[in-house]
Design a protein around this ligand. Structure first.
Ligand code: ZN
Length: 198
């Protein structure tokens, strides 16, 4: 790739190391970046560095945020007695986009997968159980409908059952194996409203 010169080649190489960016896209982005005004490039670079430095996990729900408590957990108008369990921050964002859920969340950061060697101790389950010692009316399990998501849902419901807290699972209608973030808001809303008590 030396026909681009080492600086440009390095930029292309860095960009193509990102997920979902193939070498063609990386080249297109690199050319776009070098043609941008320098202030815009600076702003882009700064936003990457700032996000990396300041983004952390919410102390309550473990979503990614830049405060100790995320805006949802620190909002007194949300129903803090209803916790929706999701696999990642992108799934949380998908439910937030529906604008119809007023409870809070718990982000697991993964799902149980015996095949990949990911056990209950590798996701934020212990933290969920700690939260359930407070005042909680319902836990809605909104993990994906993949094998891993279903395994995780089953595991969590078994853990919670003895506490007497109501546990429900979002309804099917969410395509099997579908990543929640790619599902439209109407489908998500229907899945939430049609949730089934476990
Ligand atoms: Zn939070």
């Amino acid at each position: 790739m030396d026909y681009y010169g080492s600086q440009l080649s390095r930029l292309i190489e860095q960009l193509s190391s990102l997920p979902g960016i193939g070498s063609k896209t990386a080249q297109r982005l690199a050319f776009h970046i070098v043609n941008m005004p320098v202030e815009k490039v600076q702003a882009l670079a700064d936003s990457i560095i700032d996000a990396k430095k300041n983004v952390r996990y919410c102390r309550e729900c473990f979503t990614m945020t830049d405060q100790e408590l995320c805006p949802i957990c620190s909002n007194p108008r949300r129903n803090h007695r209803m916790i929706m369990v999701v696999e990642n921050t992108r799934d949380l964002a998908a439910y937030e986009k529906t604008g119809k859920y007023d409870g809070v969340y718990h982000v697991l950061h993964g799902a149980i997968s015996p095949m990949l060697g990911i056990g209950p101790g590798d996701i934020r389950l212990k933290e969920l159980m700690t939260r359930l010692q407070g005042d909680v009316d319902e836990v809605i399990i909104a993990t994906n409908s993949s094998l891993e998501g279903e395994t995780t849902a089953m595991y969590i419901s078994k853990l919670i059952k003895p506490t007497g807290i109501k546990v429900s699972r979002i309804a099917s209608g969410v395509p099997v194996g579908g990543d929640l973030e790619y599902i439209d808001e109407v489908t998500l809303l229907r899945a939430l409203e049609g949730r089934i008590e476990l």
